[in-house]
Every structure is written in structure tokens, then in C-alpha cells.
Design a protein around this ligand. Structure first.
Ligand code: APR
Length: 230
């Protein structure tokens, strides 16, 4: 076994105190997706959108990685082959836990993006509507978040990783949002062994060879020790 490709979603950060999207009382029960997570919503009311992500940035800055994130970082450190984490999460808890190869396909709270020239820079803790881009000086700064209707980042590289995966694991994601929900099918086509970690089977749960039900802080350390024992 040479290569382990891991997809993570909001569920892995739930035990660090960051809310998931689709749980009862989750983020999408409190906010309308069209208002805070679309380019049209940002054009209509930039302050609402910037404030939404400011609140999430402040919360993420206070959060600590849990045993699930830490187990994945230990796997990367100790595994003889390659470990790639593809995350839909915009927090930086994988990095805080020590993971080095992390791809943020839905963007990152720590980053700001210029809507005019695509320049990226470290976001301040609180962004403001009309912040200027340090490269082109236009008042077009926005959170570096992939909104509904926008193309996720790094898709070519991600599909190359999936094509080369020996093991594909999906952790704490509900399977509602594509293309991420289609990664299991892609990895299967390439012959990977597939395993899902969740509190309940996800919408694409039937496509996995193995499903581990339980909180990621408990199921991941066990799985990592199994893998490292070989
Ligand atoms: N351990 C494992 N799984 C958990 C845990 C936990 N402790 N807590 C919750 N989960 C699972 C839930 O059962 C659910 O299936 O995590 C999943 C979270 O699902 P969503 O809230 O839909 O989050 P996610 O799948 O990451 O959303 C995908 O949707 O709105 C967009 O861009 C946003 O990246 C996000 C994307």
C-alpha cells in the first residue's frame, strides 16, 4: 500500500466545537445558503457575507484540533507511503494538528481573495466590505471561500490523487455536495479500498467497502493504529 487519500468534511471538526452545516440547528438552519454562500448573495449584501465569515474565522481561530485531526497527522508522519488530506473545511484544524499535505478544495478562512485580479493574501481576523487588494488596489477583497456555483480548487490535482489511491477514506461529510460526494466512485474505479467514517451512513454510504460508525475522535485513532500495524 503506497497512497492514502482522505476526504474530510465538517463532521471532523464538530468535536472541536465548530458547527456542521446540515445538522438540526446547523449553519444552514441559521443562515440561508443563497444569502451567505453564493456570489449573488455577496453582490447583494457584502457586509452580511463578510460578517458571517468573520464570525466563523474568529471561532476557528479559537478552536483546537481533536483526536481525529491528530490521528491523521500522525498517520502522515508515520506512514511509509503518501498521505493526502483533501478537505472541504475552511478551518485550519488539520494544519494545527500537524498535517502537511492538505488541500482546501472549498477555500480557507485564513485567506482573502481579490475578485478582480485573483491575488490571495492572509485575511485579517475581521475583513470589511470594500477592503482593498494589496496587489491591484481595487476595493474588491472577498473571503477566499468557494461558494455555491463556483468551481472548487485544485480539481485536476485531486483527481490525479484519487486515480492513484490505494485507500480512500471519507470522514464526517454528508455526501450532499459534489464534486466531493463523487470522489468515492472515482477512487473505486481506480481500485482503491474505500472506507467511510460518520455518525451514520452518508448519502453515498452504499458505495464504500467499509463503514465505521462513531465520532471521528474515537474511530480515527483506531483506524490509524490498524493501518500503521500493517
Ligand atoms: N464524527 C464523524 N462524523 C460526524 C461527526 C463526528 N463527531 N459529527 C457529525 N458528523 C457527520 C454528520 O453525520 C454529517 O454526515 O458529519 C457530516 C456533516 O455534514 P454536513 O454538515 O453536510 O457538512 P459537509 O458534508 O462537510 O458539507 C459539505 O457543504 O455547505 C457546504 O461548502 C460547505 O464544505 C461544505 C459542504
Amino acid at each position: 500500500m503506497q497512497k492514502i487519500v482522505i476526504l474530510t468534511g465538517a463532521g471532523i471538526s464538530a468535536e472541536s466545537g465548530l458547527g456542521t452545516f446540515r445538522a438540526e440547528g446547523g449553519l444552514w438552519a441559521q443562515h440561508r445558503i443563497e444569502d451567505v454562500a453564493t456570489p449573488e448573495g455577496f453582490a447583494r449584501d457584502p457586509k452580511l457575507v463578510v460578517d458571517f465569515y468573520n464570525a466563523r474565522r474568529a471561532q476557528a481561530a479559537e478552536a483546537a484540533p481533536n483526536a481525529g485531526h491528530i490521528a491523521l497527522a500522525e498517520l502522515e508522519e508515520a506512514f511509509s507511503g503518501e498521505v493526502v488530506v483533501i478537505t472541504q473545511n475552511v478551518d485550519d484544524l488539520h494544519e494545527k494538528a500537524g498535517s502537511r499535505k492538505v488541500m482546501h478544495m472549498h477555500g480557507a478562512l485564513k485567506s482573502a481573495l481579490c475578485a478582480a485580479c485573483d491575488h490571495r493574501w492572509p485575511a485579517p481576523l475581521a475583513m470589511a466590505p470594500g477592503d482593498t487588494c494589496p496587489a491591484c488596489q481595487a476595493p474588491t477583497a472577498r473571503p477566499d471561500i468557494v461558494w455555491f456555483g463556483e468551481m472548487p480548487y485544485d480539481m485536476d490535482e485531486i483527481f490525479d490523487h484519487l486515480a492513484g489511491a490505494d485507500v480512500f477514506a471519507s470522514i464526517g461529510t454528508s455526501g450532499n455536495v459534489y464534486p466531493a460526494a463523487g470522489f468515492v466512485a472515482e477512487a473505486r474505479r481506480s481500485g482503491a479500498h474505500t472506507v467511510e467514517f460518520n455518525l451514520e451512513p452518508s448519502l453515498v454510504g452504499s458505495q464504500f467497502d467499509d463503514i465505521r460508525i462513531g465520532p471521528a475522535s474515537q474511530t480515527l485513532p483506531l483506524w490509524v493504529s490498524e493501518l500503521l500495524k500493517g
